[in-house]
Design a protein around this ligand. Structure first.
Ligand SMILES: C[S@@+](CC[C@H](N)C(=O)[O-])C[C@H]1O[C@@H](n2cnc3c(N)ncnc32)[C@H](O)[C@@H]1O
Length: 384
C-alpha cells in the first residue's frame, strides 16, 4: 500500500488518527482549508478554517495527506515572513503536523525545496507518510541543536528561510502515553525525543528539592514552586512518583485551595517547567539561533514562534545581538568593539494571534512571532 493510501486507510480504520464526522475526514477542520491551491478531497468549505483537521488536501499536481491533529499557530503570518522566493530552499526546524510546511509548499515552484526537521520520531514518521509523494521535501529526524551540521550533510546550505514553531504539538499533548499532559494519566516521561536519557520521572525522583524548586520557579514561573518541590520530596519518600496522575495529586496538595480556585489548572506551570527541563528547550534554542542565521543566504528570513516569556526573551535578545550595536564604553572616542550588523528585524513588536485565532485555538493564546532578515555578508565584511 502506498503511503497516501496508508494515511487514508488509517483514517478509515480509526487507529487513533483524527476521525471525520462522516467517517472519511475530520470532525474538526483545518486552517489549511484556507491555503490557496489546497482543497479538501471531498470539497469541504473553507469557512471552517481555524479548527483542527485531519484529512486530505491537494497541492498542485501532488497530494499531501494531513492526518495529524494539530492546528498551526499564526499560519499565514509565519509563512508570509518565512517565504521569500518560490524557487528557494526552506527549513521547517519543527515539522510537527507540517501545517506551516504544507502552506509554504503551496507557494513554492517545482524547483523549490523544503527540509523538515523534528526530533520526535512520530512527527517524522507521519510527515514521511503524508509528504512522501512530495519530491520537493526531505525529512530529517534531528534535534535542531544540530541544525547547521545536519543541513550541511544534507547538502541544503545555504537556505532562504528557516521557521521555528517551538514547544509541543497537539498530538504530543493529546497522546496520553507521552506524559506531557496533566489531563491524562500516563508514565511521567515528557521526552519529545524518546532517545533522550532524562525523563520527568528522573527529575521528580532523583533531583534535590532545591533543584526541583529552581526548575519549577524558573521555567514555570510558579509562585508555589518551593511548596510543590517540598511536597514532591516528601511524597517520593514513600514510593517513587511514576505517573502524571500522582504528580498532579501532589501539586494539588501543595497549592492552597484558595489559590487553586482561580486561574489555569494548578499543574499547568509545573508540567511546563518539567517539559522545558527534560527537553532542555532553552539550551537548544540558544544553540540553534546563531546557527540558523549562518545557514541563511543574505536576504533570507528567520521566523520564530514562541509560547512563553523565557523563550521570547531569548529570541528577542539574540535577534538584537545581531543588529551590530556598538558595545564600547561610552567614553571611548572611537568604536573598538567591531560591532557589525548581521541581521535586521522584520517586526519591531512581536506578531500576536488575533482574537479570532485565540477563540478558535486557545493554545495559540501565548504565541509571539519574531522575524529577522540576514543582511548582506559583504555589508558585514565592510563594517568589520
Ligand atoms: C508546535 S509543533 C510544530 C507544529 C507545526 N509548525 C505545524 O504547523 O504543524 C513543535 C514541533 O517541534 C518539535 N520540536 C520541538 N523542539 C525541537 C527540537 N529541539 N528539535 C527538533 N524538533 C523539535 C516537536 O517535537 C514538535 O513536533
Amino acid at each position: 500500500m502506498g503511503s497516501a493510501d496508508e494515511c487514508r486507510a488509517r483514517r478509515g480504520a480509526g487507529s487513533g488518527w483524527a476521525q471525520t464526522r462522516d467517517g472519511r475526514g475530520a470532525d474538526e477542520y483545518s486552517a489549511l482549508a484556507k491555503v490557496p491551491g489546497f482543497g479538501y478531497a471531498d470539497g469541504h468549505s473553507s469557512r471552517t478554517a481555524g479548527r483542527e483537521f485531519a484529512g486530505e488536501v491537494r497541492m498542485g499536481e501532488g497530494r499531501v495527506i494531513l492526518a495529524y491533529k494539530h492546528t498551526s499557530v499564526l499560519l499565514n503570518e509565519a509563512v508570509d515572513y518565512w517565504f521569500t522566493d518560490p524557487d528557494g530552499v526552506y527549513v521547517d526546524a519543527t515539522l510537527g503536523g507540517a501545517g506551516h510546511s504544507a502552506l509554504l509548499l503551496s507557494r513554492l515552484s517545482p524547483r523549490g525545496k523544503l527540509f523538515g526537521l523534528d526530533q520526535d520520531p512520530a512527527a517524522i514518521r507521519r510527515g514521511g507518510e503524508c509528504l512522501a509523494q512530495e519530491t520537493r521535501v526531505t525529512l530529517l529526524r534531528t534535534n535542531f541543536a544540530a541544525l547547521e551540521d545536519k543541513l550541511r550533510e544534507a547538502g541544503a546550505l545555504p537556505v532562504n528561510g528557516i521557521l521555528f514553531d517551538l514547544g509541543v504539538s497537539s498530538p504530543q499533548l493529546d497522546e496520553g502515553e507521552r506524559g506531557f499532559s496533566y489531563m491524562r494519566d500516563a508514565q511521567l516521561d515528557m521526552r519529545m525525543d524518546p532517545g533522550r536519557e532524562l525523563t520527568a520521572r528522573d527529575i521528580v525522583n532523583s533531583w534535590s528539592a532545591d533543584e526541583i524548586c529552581r526548575v519549577i520557579r524558573r521555567f514555570g514561573e510558579e509562585k508555589w514552586a518551593k511548596r510543590i518541590a517540598e511536597f514532591i520530596a516528601q511524597a517520593r519518600e514513600t514510593h517513587p512518583l511514576t505517573t502524571t496522575g500522582e504528580l498532579v495529586d501532589v501539586i494539588k496538595a501543595a497549592i492552597p485551595a484558595s489559590a487553586r480556585r482561580e486561574g489555569p489548572h494548578p499543574a499547568k506551570r509545573t508540567f511546563q517547567a518539567l517539559r522545558i527541563a527534560v527537553n532542555d528547550e532553552l539550551g537548544v534554542l540558544e544553540r540553534a539561533l546563531d546557527q540558523a542565521l549562518r545557514c541563511l543566504v543574505p536576504g533570507g528570513h528567520l521566523v520564530v514562534i514562541t509560547f512563553h516569556s523565557l523563550e521570547d526573551r531569548l529570541v528577542k535578545e539574540k535577534m538584537r545581538s545581531w543588529l551590530g550595536k556598538c558595545t564600547c564604553p561610552p567614553d571611548l572616542p572611537v568604536c573598538v568593539c567591531g560591532a557589525a550588523a548581521s541581521a535586521r528585524l522584520l517586526n519591531r513588536k512581536p506578531v500576536l494571534p488575533s482574537a479570532t485565532e485565540i477563540e478558535n485555538n486557545p493554545r495559540s493564546r501565548s504565541a509571539k512571532l519574531r522575524a529577522a532578515e540576514k543582511i548582506s555578508e559583504s555589508l558585514n565584511d565592510t563594517n568589520s
